[in-house]
Ligand binder design. Structure first.
Ligand code: SF4
Length: 442
């Protein structure tokens, strides 16, 4: 079997869990570029040109293994089930709810001219299915929440993934222990809107049973996991209690990823985001007040309709003035079924691209400044597994990417490193603290 994932960490976690189900049933996994009997493509609704990407991957599969079964699942499969079913070579399409039953469908499927399409109304997607990734043995993406009840005007995720719902704290803790037992040292908590953690059912009348703060408090006590990272959290849900908890925790790392999307209040309103830029400033200030070394990543969308030069510069200057560490820049693109496509004053595509470029340059500058602030300090680095042309990469707790000469003994280990300088690749060169101690004593 071969799997390919498009999109976010949540999709990776889900693909990984679905693949494990197959492996438990005796299937073996191969690379997507190799010949296989079954190919599974887990799609994303946010990916630019999702349909073209889908078609391209399926064409490759058809050339490689014409008799293989092709299954398309996930967010894009939920949104455009019938269209995907028409793509030549596709045998089965499974939407948001059905994708977790893929092994059952595959066991009962044979190749035919017409694709089978199973995609229920998104309102019926009300159960939470736990998932985690366990690919590289260093870091695991653990799904704690799914779906979203917000109505941001540009977003298709609520249509693709349904209402907000969560795992129970007990189950997340059990999964974290299972992950730790496999020797994985870092867990990244993932979801669509993880700050909204707590609804165990989709019903709006259901009382919120548990909170994100309770979740991280429980996880902090799990033995065997060295680090927890919170993947991305809405600024309006990143309360002081959460920031303060992370500040005193030995396991939750000082790294936050907080979507901003625009630094213009007018655009934030058009986007139907649930905060104004002033709140964002407060959050960044609070994080830096209690964790001056914290890394803060920011999502931003450029070229949203109504974003004239003035609004873009407002965003640029706002971000430039914030003590943040890097940006993820997205170029707005029209999505059917969203309210944003009706908003006037569309930004020309070349202008969107130009703005994207400007913010990417700003991101490089911000990241360099952040890295520079830590040169000459010592931090814990968790090394990954790959040998990259004689080097091995790892991340500090506060998400500085470090590169040192490869050694097998370093794989999946945590070391205290003295951060020396930024190398040509823009990564930080470092020396193990023990080696520095030896030099000093000589
Ligand atoms: S918070 Fe907004 S952007 Fe994020 S998933 Fe929900 S609707 Fe989409």
């Amino acid at each position: 079997m071969a799997f390919h994932t498009l999109g976010c960490k949540l999709n990776f976690a889900e693909t990984s869990s679905i693949a494990r189900k197959f492996e438990d049933n005796g299937y073996s996994k191969v690379d997507f570029a190799d010949a296989a009997d079954v190919y599974v493509l887990n799609t994303c609704s946010v990916t630019e040109n999702a349909d073209k990407e889908c078609k391209r991957l399926i064409r490759n599969v058809k050339k490689l293994a014409p008799q293989a079964i092709v299954a398309v699942i996930g967010c894009y499969a939920q949104l455009k089930a019938n269209e995907i079913g028409q793509i030549p070579g596709v045998d089965i399409v499974l939407g948001a709810k059905e994708k977790f039953n893929l092994p059952h469908y595959i066991n009962n499927l044979s190749k035919s001219e017409v694709a089978q399409v199973y995609s229920c109304e998104i309102g019926e997607t009300d159960v939470f299915i736990s998932s985690y990734s366990a690919g590289d043995r260093t870091r695991s993406f653990l799904k704690v929440q799914d779906g979203c009840d917000y109505t941001c005007s540009y977003c298709t995720i609520p249509l693709a993934r349904g209402k907000s719902r969560s795992d129970s704290i007990d189950n997340v803790v059990a999964q974290a222990k299972e992950i730790a037992a496999q020797g994985i040292k870092e867990i990244v908590l993932t979801g669509v809107n993880i700050g909204d953690f707590g609804f165990t059912q989709t019903s709006q009348t259901e009382k919120k049973q548990e909170t994100f703060l309770e979740l991280i408090t429980a996880l902090d006590k799990v033995d065997g996991v060295e680090r927890f990272r919170i993947s991305s959290i809405e600024p309006n849900l990143l309360k002081d209690e959460i920031i303060d908890f992370v500040a005193q925790s030995k396991k939750f790392v000082p790294h936050f990823h907080v979507p901003l999307q625009s630094g213009s209040n007018g655009i934030l309103k058009l986007m139907r985001r649930r905060y104004m830029r002033e709140l964002y400033t407060e959050r960044v200030a609070r994080i830096k007040q209690v964790m001056p070394h914290a890394c803060i990543g920011v999502d931003v969308i450029v070229g949203f309709p109504g974003e004239a030069e003035t609004e873009f510069l407002e965003t640029y200057n706002f971000i430039n003035g914030l003590d943040i560490s890097y940006l993820h820049v997205f170029t707005y693109s029209e999505r059917s079924n969203t309210d944003a496509i009706a908003i006037k004053n569309v930004v020309p595509v070349h202008e969107r691209k130009e703005r994207n470029k400007m913010l990417r340059i700003l991101s490089v500058k911000k990241q360099r400044d952040f890295y520079n602030q830590h040169i000459g300090s010592t931090r814990k680095v968790l090394f990954e597994a790959e040998n990259k042309n004689g080097f091995i990469n790892g991340f500090t707790d506060n998400y500085i990417k470090v590169q040192i000469p490869f050694s097998v003994d370093l794989i999946n280990t945590m070391k205290d490193l003295y951060l020396q300088n930024i190398n040509e690749a823009g990564l930080v060169s470092a020396t193990p603290v023990k080696e520095i101690e030896v030099l000093v004593s000589k």
